[in-house]
Ligand binder design. Structure first.
Ligand SMILES: O=CC(=O)O
Length: 356
């Protein structure tokens, strides 16, 4: 999509009116938990499905979902919509697919879906580049956070991410080394980054061949899988890019932050729950680390101006918008719709989780 051709969002209420023409019991019903703007014609122009759309421009009400999902063959959901036993009970036996417009899927009870033979779609890949762009932006902003504004030669200074003659090495660290981490690394190579270290999950197998290829491609002095101690203590810039959930809860805690370099910065663009917010606020206040850039924070979106990290001057925060470019959101919405239709009609889903 070119910048000049970004379609405008049409009102959910006008779509609601056009839904009347879709009502027929013969067609499989799909429930859509949020207006998908310019992608909606991909659903609304079809005559072989009945589309039931949450009509308001805010998160879908639970009560509305539970009422409307009855008899549905599929549902297109978002991160704030927990998909669990309650939803399956309300839906009944016709439910064949849950499609989430997100790369994360911790809001979906996957074992339960597998048990009931309900297919699950998600939207990996299409958001990788946008999130990697934001990661770099947050890292650059996190080194330049300053609470006081009185100029002198060495105020407003922060640690430099690019290498230079007097400081020729930089180590970038990744907690989680999937697609987004690797795209972020690609961007940082242009800053002269020399070393890359990462920690994978306990269950992910080491991949020495992939690592050797990446090291050669980016002409790095080292690219190494390390334990959390080394990740914390050697990273100049540390990106948290691991999935959320109980396995990664508070992996970055006070003990981890205390091991980090005082001039290092932490960026989190995965899930708020991976980083202990109170510990991070202490780390910034006590100067264990230099700064932080956060796209996500524990407890979001219900945080306010009193949150310790919102009040912390050396923390840059954006409201979980890493994938928020028109191009990426359109690709995510399209992928989510394709997944939904694949599940409803029993055909291929472009991005399906797990085995059927
Ligand atoms: O956080 C965003 C996503 O999971 O897509």
């Amino acid at each position: 999509m070119s910048a000049g051709s970004i379609p405008s969002l049409s009102s959910p209420n006008s779509r609601l009116t056009s839904l009347v023409s879709h009502l027929s019991n013969a067609r499989p019903k799909v429930v859509i938990c949020r207006d998908l703007g310019p992608a909606m014609p991909l659903l609304m122009e079809r005559t072989d499905i009945e589309v039931v759309l949450w009509p308001e421009d805010r998160g879908c009400d639970r009560a509305w979902l539970l009422k409307n999902i009855k008899g549905a063959a599929g549902a297109l959901v978002l991160l704030p919509d927990p998909i669990n036993e309650e939803v399956l009970q309300a839906a009944g036996p016709d439910l064949r697919v849950i499609s989430t417009m997100s790369v994360g899927y911790e809001h979906i009870d996957l074992p339960l879906m597998a048990q009931r033979n309900i297919r699950v779609g998600y939207t990996p890949d299409v958001l990788t580049e946008a999130v990697a762009d934001l990661c770099v932006m947050l890292a650059l902003m996190a080194v330049m956070t300053w609470p006081k504004y009185a100029w002198s030669p060495f105020t407003f200074c922060g640690p430099q991410i690019s290498t230079m003659a007097s400081s020729p090495t930089r180590t970038v660290g990744f907690l989680g080394f999937g697609r987004i981490a690797q795209s972020t690394l690609t961007r940082l190579v242009a800053f002269g980054v020399t070393h890359c270290i990462y920690s994978g999950s306990a269950t992910s197998a080491p991949n020495p061949a992939r690592d050797a290829a990446l090291q050669a491609k980016h002409k790095l002095a080292a690219l190494e899988r390390v334990d959390l101690n080394r990740l914390a203590s050697e990273s100049d810039v540390l990106f948290v890019l691991t999935p959320g959930g109980k396995d990664t809860y508070h992996l970055v805690d006070a003990a981890f932050l205390q091991k980090m370099k005082p001039m290092s910065v932490l960026v989190n663009a995965s899930r708020g729950t991976v980083v202990d917010s109170d510990a991070l606020a202490t780390a910034l206040r006590e100067k264990w680390i230099w700064g932080a850039g956060l796209d996500v924070v524990e407890g979001e979106p219900k945080i306010n101006g009193d949150h310790p990290l919102v009040r912390e001057p050396k923390c840059v925060m954006v409201p979980h918008i890493a994938s928020a470019t028109f191009e990426t959101r359109m690709a995510m919405a399209t992928r989510a719709i394709e997944n939904l239709l694949g599940g409803v009609f029993g055909t291929e889903m472009p991005a399906e989780l797990g085995d059927r």
